[in-house]
Write a protein that binds this ligand. Structure first.
Ligand code: SF4
Length: 303
């Protein structure tokens, strides 16, 4: 893992592509998403599992029993609410950066920076806790800094690019990219946090790194392969770690190989969730629950 900014420049994308090319990953043909009509990928149930549930460590699969059998509502804790807020901020900053560029290309990175920062005042903050407002400002400024430097670089390379080309070079990803996971037994509304075309999937996580997060990423990769018929051998997880007071943060980049063993772990977990979602027997609590699980208050109300 290495430490960097939460937004990618075009140079970051080239760096990533080079690293990925130097680290090949073999995948068996029957474990490609497009082979979902045959075992082992063929879903053994008509249930559609929430892809994000696979990212929580629930060894007994009670999460699926609660959600699909009992139809119990989840109760996200503060950590999950903060993660969701951060996703919203990154997505909004990405959108605003593109909107500024499409409206009229700034003459310099400095002009872009100033326009981007002035947009911050239009973000609704009146019902947000002060530390969330601080995070919003902090992340927004990182977007302004990354993309203003990128714009300077692009202008320096060529003054004759069409606006659409400039936007794709300055802001190289698409946030909240939709993928339909139904053929492999996942929900239809999967949202990949960011996609760098044609097929680099990126997820932002504020939780601690875990194998469960990686298993969920395998699900996203398989769903993408299934829908777009292109191989996804690697995905990127950006772990964004905030200090306790949320005034500072670090970003760690994990380039993850989506090889056979991870794909098989995904299938095993998905099939366990299928079974729990259909079975009328409560599988009980594991000895250890994922501290980020959205059902923690339901399963362990006393903490
Ligand atoms: S709180 Fe524990 S048992 Fe309940 S769903 Fe979450 S991880 Fe599973």
């Amino acid at each position: 893992m290495c430490i960097l900014m939460p937004f990618y420049s075009y140079q970051d994308v080239l760096r990533l592509m080079k690293t990925i090319q130097e680290s090949p990953c073999e995948v068996s043909e029957e474990l490609r998403g497009w082979n979902w009509k045959s075992p082992p990928l063929l879903p053994t149930s008509s249930l559609k599992i929430s892809a994000s549930d696979l990212g929580f460590g629930c060894p007994t699969g009670r999460i699926a029993y609660l959600r699909y059998r009992l139809k119990q509502r989840e109760s996200p804790n503060e950590a999950l609410r903060f993660g969701s807020f951060l996703h919203h901020v990154i997505s909004a900053a990405t959108y605003k950066a593109k909107a500024i560029l499409y409206t009229s290309i700034p003459k310099s990175g400095a002009e872009f920076y100033s326009r981007m920062m002035s947009e911050l005042s239009h973000m609704r903050t009146n019902r947000l806790p002060e530390e969330y407002v601080q995070v919003l400002r902090n992340i927004w400024e990182r977007a302004a800094l990354t993309y203003s430097a990128s714009l300077d670089y692009v202008i320096e390379q060529s003054r004759y690019l069409a606006p659409d080309s400039i936007v794709s070079r300055v802001v190289p990803w698409i946030c909240e990219f939709p993928v339909d996971g139904r053929p492999i037994g996942l929900n239809r509304n999967i949202r990949i946090d960011a996609l760098v075309p044609p097929s680099l999937l990126i997820e932002f996580k504020t939780r601690r790194p875990s194998r469960d997060i990686e298993v969920a990423m395998a699900g996203y990769a398989l769903a993408f392969e299934c829908q777009y018929m292109v191989p996804v051998n690697h995905v990127v997880i950006l772990y964004i770690e905030f200090s306790k007071d949320k005034r500072s943060f670090k970003v760690y980049e994990n380039i993850l190989k989506v090889g056979d063993s991870l794909r098989l772990e995904f299938i095993e977990k998905r099939d366990l969730y299928f079974m729990r979602g259909e079975d009328g027997t409560d599988p009980g609590l594991p000895s250890h629950c994922d501290p980020s699980c959205p059902y923690l208050r339901v399963c362990r109300p006393d903490g």
